[in-house]
Design a protein around this ligand. Structure first.
Ligand code: GDP
Ligand code: MN
Length: 433
């Protein structure tokens, strides 16, 4: 089972579009790890980026108290106001707060009502289809000028592995859950690949606008918005920009009513301003602590902690634990270029989790030097007075030296010959406690 957090952070859109044939049934319970994005922006932050790039969004303010929301509503001087809870998950419109309030998106003409509603939003958990069961605490609300919507469409641009580049996806049936549209009426989903070297052609943008049902002068306007969204997509190194609803007003304007942008983590070095806006407040504290040391932590719900390098090895490790009848508690990905101090921190984080009853180290030394890992492990075991069984499988660069360090440490460390052996020993150590 993936943690709710991991499940929520992933998008299923790319997978959905790939329309892959169903995989053969698995013989054992697989651990599903949905790749997570490390940078998360709230709707108001995404909309600020969009506005800065000429994309049409509503005027808005952000508030973190009911009183600020009330003041913002007054300052807007709008005929109608839309109040939106800011959490990273979608489906807010149909969500429920633990204050009893229904709906994370509300329309009203009265600023006083904005204040009253904000009071039932801020500080309370909002549960939607995409959040864990208990919901996510709302810390901020967006107070925006409401516009009438005559038609809601769906528009997204994403980097699609299957197409080796950007793809536009649109549907005239927007506002609702796009997965449902894709399942019930797949012919209402339009997909158009973009050649990243040639860029988005005007004809393509116009065609997509037409597919979305924008007619007459609205077609050109929608195509212009689509082009600006594509420019933004490239400029900020996005992996996905999703606008649902991409709507039309009775006054004849094309407006982005909602916004979700995902970013390519590898571009952090050239997108410093955007990464500085990262909203980590919804992360587990342990994830943020891990990130401080350049470690990636993902919580799961079993009892065997996995200490690995690389996401692929992490998944293989989790799978093989499941295959042997165990359950991973979490995994911590060291990455390459690891220092001894990181190994120590990693152990500290793993053992801080009370669910952990055994630790399985599975490191394949390529760039990573196994001796550094071994030194980090022995230091951590001594200083943290490790109380749970530790099974270690090291392979690759400098592995003989690593084994010498572990053997001579005198610490109760179980060595494993290979991954299968390591998983068996870790599962046994939990069962025979
Ligand atoms: P989500 O539920 O988290 O996807 O939040 P959205 O921002 O998409 O809002 C949910 C729904 O509220 C939209 O699909 C619209 O139908 C409606 N909505 C949002 N903003 C406005 C607005 O300014 N005017 C009107 N009339 N409806 C809005
Ligand atoms: Mn939406």
């Amino acid at each position: 089972m993936a943690s709710p957090r991991a499940a929520r952070a992933g998008t299923t859109l790319g997978a959905l579009l790939a329309r892959l044939p169903a995989p053969p049934p698995r013989r054992y319970p697989a651990v599903q790890l949905i790749p997570r994005r490390w940078l998360n922006l709230q709707e108001y932050q995404s909309k600020k980026l969009m506005a800065d790039h000429g994309v049409t969004v509503q005027r808005f303010f952000v508030a973190d108290s009911a009183n600020d929301a009330l003041e913002a509503a007054k300052r807007l001087k709008a005929t109608e106001i839309v109040l939106k809870a800011q959490i990273l998950a979608g489906g807010r419109g149909k969500g429920v707060f633990n204050s009893g309030l229904k709906g994370g998106v509300h329309l009203t003409k009265d600023p006083l009502v904005v204040g009253q509603l904000a009071k039932q939003m801020i500080g309370y958990n909002l549960a939607t289809k995409q959040t864990p069961k208990d919901g996510v605490k709302v810390k901020k609300v967006m107070v925006a000028e409401a516009l009438n919507i005559s038609r809601e469409t769906y528009f997204a641009i994403l980097m699609d592995r299957a197409c080796n580049g950007p793809v536009m996806v649109g549907s005239p049936q927007g506002g609702v859950d796009i997965e449902e549209v894709a399942a019930a009426t797949p012919d209402l989903i339009f997909k158009e690949e973009i050649d990243i070297f040639e860029g988005l052609k005007s004809t393509q943008a116009l065609q997509m606008a037409d597919n979305l049902g924008f007619k007459g002068p609205l077609q050109q306007q929608a195509a212009d918005q689509i082009k600006k969204l594509y420019d933004l997509f490239l400029k900020v190194d996005a992996t996905q920009i999703e606008v649902n609803p991409f709507g039309e007003t009775p006054q004849g304007h094309v407006v982005c009513f909602d916004a979700k942008i995902n970013f390519d983590d590898n571009a952090e070095f050239r997108q410093k301003e955007i990464f500085a806006m990262d909203d980590k407040s919804e992360n587990e504290p342990i994830e943020n602590e891990a990130a401080k040391y350049d470690l990636k932590y993902i919580g799961l719900d079993g009892n065997i902690a996995c200490f690995v390098n690389g996401a692929g090895l992490a998944m293989a490790t989790c799978d093989i634990i499941s295959l042997n009848g165990g359950k991973p508690a979490n995994f911590l990905d060291l990455g390459g270029g690891v220092k001894e101090a990181q190994v120590y921190q990693a152990f500290k984080l793993l053992t801080a989790d009370p669910k952990v009853e055994a630790i399985l180290v599975n490191i394949f030394g390529g760039i990573v030097n196994c001796a550094i890992i071994a030194n980090g492990i022995t230091k951590a075991c001594r200083e943290l007075e490790l109380k749970v069984p530790l099974v270690v499988r090291l392979e690759g660069t400098n592995v003989l030296e690593a084994h010498r360090i572990l053997n001579e440490s005198g610490l109760p460390i179980t060595s494993a010959a290979d991954l299968e052996d390591a998983a068996k020993k870790a599962v046994d150590s939990v069962e025979n406690k």
